[in-house]
Design a protein around this ligand. Structure first.
Ligand SMILES: O=C[C@H](O)COP(=O)(O)O
Length: 251
C-alpha cells in the first residue's frame, strides 16, 4: 500500500520532504477550499521543486462542479504545473453519466499533455450528505472514462471517518470493482492508524492521509509532523507484514 500525504502548502511540503523515506506521494491541496480543494499552480510548482525528484506529486483539482470544460482546463493546469497524479473530486456530479463526462474531459486534457500522468476519479464516502454520486459507482466511472484510479475521501471533515460512511465490507467491494477494471483503488477520509488493518486486508493500493499525521490529529489547526508520518508508515509496514504472514502463498 502506498502512502499519500496532503500538505497544505510549501512549508508543510518541506516537512513532508523531511519524512520522504516514509511516504510515497505528496498530494498538493488547499484544505480551506474544501476536502479536495485545489491549490495555486505556483504552489504545485514550488512543491514539485521542494520534494525529492523520485516522489510523485499529486494535485487535487477541487471539489468540482458538473462542468467538464472548466474541470478539464483546471486539470491541465495541474499537470502543466508538475503534478503527475491528477485528482478530481466529483462533488457536483449527481449521476454516473455526469461523472463519466467530466472524467473523460479530464483524461483527454491530462494525457494529451503528459500521457504517463495518472488520473484519479474521486467520489465521497459521505455522498449521502451532499447529494453526489454513489461512492460504489466510482470504479465504473473511472474505468469508463479511461482514468487510472478510483478514490474515496470524505467531503465533510467533521471527525466522521471513511468507515463511518462506507463500512469495511463495502470498501472491500469498492477495491474489488476497481481491481476488476484494472484500476488502482485509493481510500481516504480521516483515516487513523487503527484503520490500517482493514485497509491492508482489503487490498487498498493507496491510502490518503492528512489529519492523522498533523499535530493533535487536527487537519486544520495542526501541522504535518515528520515523526507522525514515520509512525504511520511503521504501522502500515507492521500491518503489511502481519497480512503477508496470514495470507497463504499462491503458486
Ligand atoms: O487525500 C487525502 C486527504 O487529504 C485526507 O485528509 P484527512 O486524513 O485529514 O481526511
Amino acid at each position: 500500500m502506498l502512502l499519500l500525504i496532503s500538505p497544505d502548502g510549501v512549508e508543510e511540503a518541506l516537512d513532508c520532504a523531511k519524512a520522504a523515506e516514509h511516504l510515497d506521494i505528496v498530494d498538493v491541496k488547499k484544505p480551506d477550499e474544501g476536502s479536495l480543494g485545489a491549490n495555486f499552480p505556483w504552489v504545485i510548482r514550488e512543491i514539485r521543486d521542494a520534494v525529492p525528484a523520485d516522489k510523485p506529486v499529486s494535485a487535487t483539482v477541487g471539489d468540482v462542479p458538473y462542468k467538464p470544460g472548466t474541470v478539464a482546463q483546471a486539470a491541465l493546469g495541474a499537470v502543466v504545473s508538475g503534478a503527475t497524479y491528477i485528482k478530481v473530486g466529483l462533488y457536483g456530479c449527481t449521476t454516473p453519466e455526469q461523472g463519466i463526462e467530466v472524467m473523460r474531459a479530464v483524461v483527454r486534457a491530462v494525457k494529451d499533455h503528459r500521457p504517463e500522468a495518472l488520473v484519479v476519479a474521486s467520489g465521497y464516502a459521505d455522498a449521502h450528505r451532499i447529494g453526489c454520486v454513489n461512492p460504489l459507482a466510482l470504479p465504473d466511472i473511472a474505468a469508463r472514462a479511461g482514468a487510472d484510479a478510483a478514490m474515496l475521501d470524505t467531503a465533510i471533515k467533521d471527525g466522521t471517518r471513511l468507515f463511518d460512511h462506507v463500512p469495511p465490507d463495502s470498501c472491500a467491494e469498492f477495491v474489488r470493482r476497481a481491481h476488476a477494471s484494472g484500476l488502482l483503488a485509493a481510500l481516504a477520509g480521516s483515516v487513523k492508524r487503527d484503520d490500517l488493518g482493514p485497509l491492508t486486508r482489503i487490498g487498498t493500493d493507496i491510502v490518503g492521509v492528512r489529519g492523522a499525521v498533523c499535530s493533535g490529529g487536527d487537519r486544520n489547526a495542526g501541522r504535518i509532523q515528520p515523526h507522525l508520518v514515520a509512525a504511520f508508515r511503521a504501522e502500515m509496514d507492521r500491518q503489511a507484514r502481519e497480512h503477508a504472514v496470514g495470507t497463504p502463498a499462491v503458486n
